[in-house]
Ligand binder design. Sequence first.
Ligand code: SF4
Length: 98
Amino acid sequence: MNQPDPKRGLKVTIDPHRCIANAKCTRAAPGVYTLDEETGVAVLNDEDGSATVAQIFAGARACPTQAIIIEQYGRRVFPQILTPMWGDVEPGKGTDSA
Ligand code: SF4
């Protein structure tokens, strides 16, 4: 019997402004996350679809800055609470200075 694909609807985004290139995700999920040689920002290597959900989440959980954001069907599933970073716009406040 076919099992439903646990990665169905899953979308992983790595926020380059949050990534501090400390490679914790690459140690938590070797080969699944790597650091881009030019930018230093982490990237997910899942072109062949071989990364498991456990590996994807292990890397995200290891990230101290919550740079790895996982959504499923358009809803964020990790991290549950996304703490603001220095320089983030406060809710309810625009970026206009006027
Ligand atoms: S653990 Fe987070 S901050 Fe560190 S390299 Fe990975 S994505 Fe970037």
